[in-house]
Design a protein around this ligand. Structure first.
Ligand code: FAD
Length: 482
């Protein structure tokens, strides 16, 4: 008979870190052996199982977590399949008497985890879940009438006023290993990396997935971008935003850690920058609240009148947008940055999304799907909230009639053209004046810059003015039909 106490299963999900991990801290406090597990459960996630770029990230993040766990003499057990079945099997294999995890908030996760908790409890197996990923969980934030907030400023005021996130938890001192480890699938068997061609080659130059990578990025941001954040966060040509979104999505760093780090650096980076950054973390919280209270938010217009919107089917337009060949330089730069690095600056996400929805009048869900597959930070709450915000169909959204002008947006937010020149190098030699409107350059200027419009770089696939009027007319038809 074994003399060691039964193990606890620690189920890692979107919390791939050892520091400030409440489920891990609670499991280690019990003084029992801990079996860390990650389960790739595509079946429960259905159409929202991680897209290609997220899978690349996940592979490297799991590798990093396994390395960190080995330093404690522990391991990361990998499994693939329905989480409930895999956990049952692990309980049988190890004699575990408890399962601990940190909560996720996608509708399918909430449903799955609720059923699992009930089933474990019915069998006298302890099931405990914790908050590791939000400053305030959605069900704790309501307005005076007890309803969810629909306007960001009121939501954030309420969260910010009542907020006491406390100190982040340290990594555990020790992780007791079980007497026998259960069988693990190998990381390679999960097949998370791209095959041939390896479209993620460019990702490696930009990202270091894992807890240490997240921490390094935070330090880099506090040293530089944070000091310019309030005014500079709209500049895609400058490194003024944190680039923490994929680390946050995979839980390699927590919002509570960010909150504490910003507070410590407040004097150095300045109050305005600190508060602006925290309010962006607030937008993340707001998106999670929307998805929690409106579980169809990723699939359905929040404002039902948009169900009647006359979206166009335009396969060629969609393809040109995806490939960064619309003929509008700032749009093409953004879409190419996305393809090459798995990430795109927030201002350019708004410009490219607006172009798809308003200039091409293609349903926002087509863009949402493309981002889902190509973003390393693809996040159901933030992605759907971003798309519905731009479409005008969301809560507290930008009105549909506010149509981003891709020419002036490029000129305003990339004034020296560094961003466009980096991602659309075939336009690099154009003078600034024409960089966002190459079709206005005369033949001699184009020739001097080595550009043959329609050959080396596309002509605009739609005329800005005509497309704008078409979108406004379509929107007007919605109002008239109401
Ligand atoms: P920073 O400016 O450094 O902000 C810090 C953190 O705050 C971010 O990492 C992010 O977690 C959060 N944040 C910042 N801006 C927003 C915002 N507008 N909404 C919600 N959270 C925000 N963000 C995702 O994390 N995943 C997505 O799938 C996603 N899809 C988007 C799609 C569209 C169409 C749009 C317009 C925005 C989307 N965003 C998404 C929000 C935003 O663009 C990114 O979070 C941000 O660009 C990430 O860069 P950063 O980490 O440098 O941000």
């Amino acid at each position: 008979m074994s003399s060691s106490p039964p193990p606890i299963i620690l189920w890692f999900r979107q919390d791939l870190r050892l520091k400030d991990n409440p489920a891990l801290a609670a499991a280690t406090e019990r003084g029992q052996p801990v079996i860390p597990v990650y389960i790739l459960d595509d079946e429960s996630a259905g159409e929202w199982s991680p897209g290609g770029a997220s899978r690349w990230w996940l592979h490297h993040s799991l590798e990093s977590l396994a390395t960190d766990l080995r330093k404690f003499g522990s391991r990361l057990i990998l499994r693939e399949g329905l989480a409930a079945e895999e956990i049952d099997q692990l309980i049988q294999d190890t004699g575990a008497t408890a399962v601990y995890w940190n909560r996720c908030y996608e509708p399918f996760s909430l449903e799955r985890d609720k059923a699992l908790k009930a089933s474990l409890k019915a069998r006298d197996i302890e099931a405990a879940s914790f908050n590791a990923n939000l400053l305030a969980e959605p069900w704790t934030v309501k307005n005076k009438s007890g309803d969810p907030f629909r306007v960001f400023s009121a939501f954030w005021r309420s969260v910010r006023t009542n907020l006491d996130p406390g100190h982040p938890l340290p990594a555990p001192d020790d992780l007791e290993a079980p007497e026998h480890w259960p069988v693990s699938t190998s990381l390679d068997d999960l097949q998370l990396l791209p095959g041939n061609p390896n479209w993620a080659e460019g990702f490696e130059n930009v990202w270091s997935p894992g807890e240490q990578g997240a921490y390094d990025r935070l330090i880099g941001f506090l040293d530089c971008g944070a000091k310019h954040y309030d005014k500079g966060r709209d500049r895609p040509d400058k490194p003024y935003t944190s680039g923490l979104s994929p680390h946050l999505h995979h839980g390699e760093i927590s919002p509570r850690q960010l909150f504490a780090a910003i507070d410590t650096a407040r004097e150095e980076i300045g109050d305005k920058n600190a508060e602006k950054f925290l309010s962006e973390i607030g937008w993340r919280e707001f998106s999670y609240s929307l998805l929690f209270y409106f579980p169809n938010f990723a699939e359905k217009n929040y404002q039902e009148k948009f169900d009647r919107f006359p979206w166009r089917r335009d396969t060629d337009g969609l393809r040109a947008w995806q490939r960064g060949r619309t003929g509008y330089p700032i749009v093409d730069a953004g879409m190419r940055e996305l393809w090459t690095t798995g990430w795109m600056h927030n201002r350019v996400r708004m410009i490219t999304a607006s172009f798809l929805i308003k200039h091409l009048m293609i349903d926002w869900r087509e863009g949402e799907k493309w981002f889902w597959d190509t973003l390393v930070d693809a996040d159901l709450a933030n992605n759907s909230a971003g798309w519905q915000w731009v479409a005008g169909s969301g809560a507290d959204a930008s009105p549909y009639f506010r149509i981003f002008n891709p020419i002036t947006q490029g000129e305003k937010f990339d004034p020296e053209g560094d961003y466009v020149r980096k991602w659309v190098p075939e336009l690099a030699s154009l003078p600034d004046k024409f960089l966002n409107r190459p079709w206005e350059a005369d033949t001699a200027t184009l020739a001097k810059a080595g550009i043959r419009l329609g050959e080396t770089y596309p002509k605009p696939i739609v005329d800005h003015k005509t497309a704008r009027e078409r979108a406004l007319t379509a929107f007007q038809s919605l109002k008239e039909a109401a």
